[in-house]
Design a protein around this ligand. Structure first.
Ligand code: PLP
Length: 412
């Protein structure tokens, strides 16, 4: 039976509120009462824990930077969506990425990463980790498996990629990358922010799946949050008293936030399918007009075969598309018209919102990359990334987009 993320999530929904409520309770305590003094050292050393953690229970929660029940419940729900044993939620997507990489790597270790990744991740890998921790990264075209193999050596501890790269939408061949990583004794870490439900990286061999919940999982552009999904051992290691990067660097999610986010997951599937339906519609129309459009659901999409091999059925090809309008000037003109004249969407970074968000990647979310990095990552100066929302009717939205493209001379 193929993995079904919706069923897996539904099966995980056995949490009741404190008084039997249909929603989980918010556990707002930072600290928890230990009933017998002799249990304290056992709990503190991680030998006894609550419920179904690695320790097998017998103790209780200790302190909320470590494990908070509400945050832990949300983490388990996201882990169920990804089909991993465990998960934990962080204060941002960057916190999820940084703590994961800090947990796995030590000074002198290396990472092999896709050249096209979110700009913040790129800066973390290219500048911060080498300068602060002497953890260096080799950037490669992640779709070129020979280049990935050539970059891996005995110091490599992580192969890092995004399922669909930000912003180029290149698809990572996760099963092949997992094989390369595991042969080298390294771990495959995949950022699945662009494609929750659409692809389940852990089912194809990824060891850790990270998310910026800020995007599709949150869905309303109102909360910055992240998640790490992995094995019980890995999630427990993040909480280690001596060497756990969540425990010691402290990027934990607040339980009130975890509760709010828990109410968004039941309709994630409906939202993803609708984002995809509308993005598919727009991409097809744009392609008919001869616009340079990239979208994983188009027959001519460069990485279509890989995508078809790893995608789950029922959620379409995602909410993101890119169009190359030739220059950053035309991109600015187009987005200004679309926002201020036609009210098609917002000129804003980020994605996964219910309205359409658009940005020119080279001058916004990828501005950490210099000209050479941008060329290597395949990010053209006139590339506009659109996260297609689901407000308004699709026909109305298409008319707005078509009119603006005509106004700026991209179509006739
Ligand atoms: N991963 C991807 C693919 C992103 O696009 C972003 C932000 O845009 C992040 C991670 C960082 O997430 P956050 O802003 O929640 O820290």
């Amino acid at each position: 039976m193929p993995f079904d993320p919706i069923e897996s999530y539904a099966n995980s929904r056995h949490e009741f509120g404190e008084h039997g409520g249909v929603n989980m309770s918010i556990e707002a305590s930072t600290t928890f009462t230990v009933m017998e003094a002799e249990l304290m050292p056992e709990i503190f050393q991680g030998r006894l824990g609550p419920g179904d953690q690695k320790t097998g229970g017998g103790g209780c929660y200790l302190y909320s930077r470590h494990f908070n029940p509400t945050v832990y419940t949300l983490g388990r729900a996201i882990a169920a969506i990804e089909g991993t044993e465990a998960g934990y939620c962080t204060a941002s997507g960057m916190a999820a990425i940084a703590t994961t990489l800090m947990q796995i790597c030590h000074p002198g270790d290396e990472i092999v990463s896709a050249a096209a990744v979110y700009g913040g991740t790129f800066a973390l890998l290219k500048e911060y980790l080498p300068a602060k921790c002497t953890i260096n990264t080799r950037f490669v075209d992640i779709t070129d498996l020979d280049a990935v193999k050539a970059a891996v050596n005995e110091r490599t501890k992580v192969i890092y990629c995004e399922t669909l790269s930000n912003p180029t939408l290149a698809i990572a061949d996760i099963p092949a990358l997992a094989e390369i990583a595991h042969e080298a004794g390294a771990m495959l870490v995949v950022d699945n922010t662009f494609s929750p439900l659409i692809v389940s990286p852990a089912q194809h061999g990824a060891d850790v799946v990270v998310h910026s919940i800020t995007k599709f999982l949150g869905g309303a552009s109102d909360i910055i949050a992240g998640a790490v999904c992995a094995s019980n051992d890995f999630i427990s290691s993040l909480m280690d008293l001596h060497m756990g990067s969540v425990m010691l660097l402290g990027p934990t999610m607040d339980p009130q936030t975890a509760f709010q986010l828990s109410l968004r997951l039941p309709h994630l599937g409906l939202r993803m399918a609708e984002h995809s339906r509308r993005a598919q519609f727009m991409a097809e129309r744009l392609a008919e007009h001869g616009v340079k459009v990239d979208y994983p659901g188009l027959p001519g999409f460069g990485h279509r075969a890989t995508f078809d091999r790893i995608r789950n059925d029922g959620f379409g090809a995602g909410g993101l598309l890119t169009l190359d309008v030739g220059s950053s000037e035309t991109a600015s003109e187009l987005m200004t018209l679309l926002q201020n004249e036609y009210r098609f969407g917002y000129m804003a970074v980020s994605l996964g919102y219910f309205d359409t968000l658009m940005s020119c990647s080279a001058s916004s979310t990828s501005s950490e990359l210099d000209d050479d990095d941008l060329r290597r990552a395949g990010i053209a100066p006139g590339l506009v990334r659109m996260s297609i929302g689901y407000t308004g009717s699709v026909e109305q939205r298409w008319e707005q987009l078509e009119s603006a493209l005509r106004d700026v001379g991209v179509i006739t």
